[in-house]
Ligand binder design. Structure first.
Ligand code: ATP
Ligand code: MG
Length: 380
């Protein structure tokens, strides 16, 4: 009898011919997440398994952050042998209501699931005077998973993870990360759909402080394991914002800044082969997130922009931020480049033509080329 950690996945089962590929991807991501932890991870046909470990709590905490994992159980591993399983169940101490759940993936196992569950239930009742059956709302569930591999797993609890799809092999996404609450959550949401991302942050030093930059690096490190990030790009918008401020309509300041952010992102996507840009925008949240504002931003995008929070309310975003541990850092009161030279009345319904007219007042190409050439790259 071995103690093991059983890992189940769900969406991967729907992948038809690609199931093998996705299972391998998940296995590799789990191995990455458990790097440096003493244990062995195995693929056991429709399940993954961790064995030979010392600290199960540590492993489970790490597994909970791997996308594609549906649920996790501490289990014992037995042979698919009626007598051995019954003997094990006979020695369980059950106090209170219980039920037995049998899953018979091994069709050569001689007793059908429901019959075997009834047999096991009887054994529990015979051996525990305070045990009683409750099918609908039991305090304890004895799960017996009889696998095709010849091994059976018995466990009580199911610890749920985030499900979703495993992070892809390539870092296809570029997450625009501000110091706020929304963008780390946006990165998390896209990662849940398998999008591995690197990070792009814009600052406006010396109008934004070194501490503000440190805060965003801290945030980046916090979400790194979720989103699979390796690099963080830091781009200074100072020169550009100063030019906008002196030469262009102040009510277009944020709109022009956002279009410039996307142009910088375009350049990085081309250079480093990212396929999509991710932002934390939510429809109507602020002036720069109206349909018209998003349209003028989209107009300069050369790659699809993913906005997973577009329909989220702030309280829904905050709930996730707390869950993934970014909220406390996000609310530290440092300035963002979007708050520098903030117009009192930002345009709510900007027009592409007017944005272009404003951009025509400065040498945008030269300025963009300068700021892109001076991007700092940090390995996370
Ligand atoms: P957040 O809470 O993520 O800062 P927000 O509600 O403050 O979002 P905006 O400031 O309008 O909204 O930013 C919208 C999105 O634009 C952000 O979610 C982020 O993806 C991107 N963004 C804004 N500022 C920056 C920045 N300094 N660096 C990188 N991306 C940024
Ligand atoms: Mg912001």
């Amino acid at each position: 009898m071995n103690n093991v950690i059983l890992i189940r996945f769900n969406e991967i089962h729907l992948k038809g011919g690609n199931k093998k590929y996705f299972t391998k991807l998940l296995l590799n991501n789990i191995k990455d997440a458990l790097q440096g932890v003493d244990c062995k991870v195995e693929n056991i046909q429709n399940r993954l398994l961790v064995r030979n470990y010392e600290n199960d709590d540590e492993i489970i905490e790490k597994l909970k952050c791997v996308f594609g994992v549906h649920s996790i159980s501490r289990a014992v591993e037995l042979d698919n042998d009626e007598k051995i399983i019954k003997n094990y169940v006979a020695n369980l101490h059950i106090d209170g209501s219980f039920k037995c759940n049998v899953n018979r993936a091994d069709k050569s196992f001689p007793v059908k699931s429901n019959d075997f569950a009834a047999d096991l239930g009887e054994i529990v009742l015979n051996n525990n005077k305070n045990a009683r059956v409750d099918i609908h709302n039991p305090e304890i569930t004895i799960n017996v998973d009889i696998r095709e591999t010849g091994k059976t797993y018995v466990f009580n609890e199911l610890i749920y993870a985030y499900s979703g799809l495993p992070l892809g092999e390539h870092r296809d996404g570029l997450l625009l990360l501000s110091g706020g609450i929304d963008s780390p959550v946006a990165g998390f949401c896209m990662a849940k759909r398998g999008l591995r991302q690197d990070i792009l942050h814009f600052d406006s030093f010396p109008y934004t402080s070194k501490l503000a930059k440190e805060k965003v690096i801290t945030l980046a490190k916090k979400i790194k394991t979720f989103i699979g990030a390796k690099y963080m790009y830091i781009c200074s918008m100072t020169k550009l914002q100063e030019e906008f401020h002196v030469n262009c309509s102040t009510e277009y300041a944020i709109n022009l800044l956002r279009r410039s952010m996307i142009r910088v992102a375009n350049a990085l996507c081309k250079k480093y082969k990212y396929k999509t840009i991710v932002t934390g925008e939510s429809l109507g949240q602020v002036a720069s997130q109206t349909i018209e504002s998003l349209t003028t931003t989209n107009a300069v995008a050369e790659f699809p922009i993913m906005r997973p929070l577009i329909s989220f309310n702030k309280n829904e975003i905050i709930k996730i931020a707390k869950e993934i541990g970014t909220f406390e850092t996000s609310i530290l009161p440092y300035e963002d480049c979007c708050t520098v030279f903030l117009p009192r009345n930002p345009v709510i319904k900007p027009k592409i033509k007017d944005a272009e007219k404003e951009e025509g007042k400065i040498d945008l190409v030269a300025l963009l080329s300068f700021i892109i050439d001076n991007i700092e790259i940090i390995e996370l």
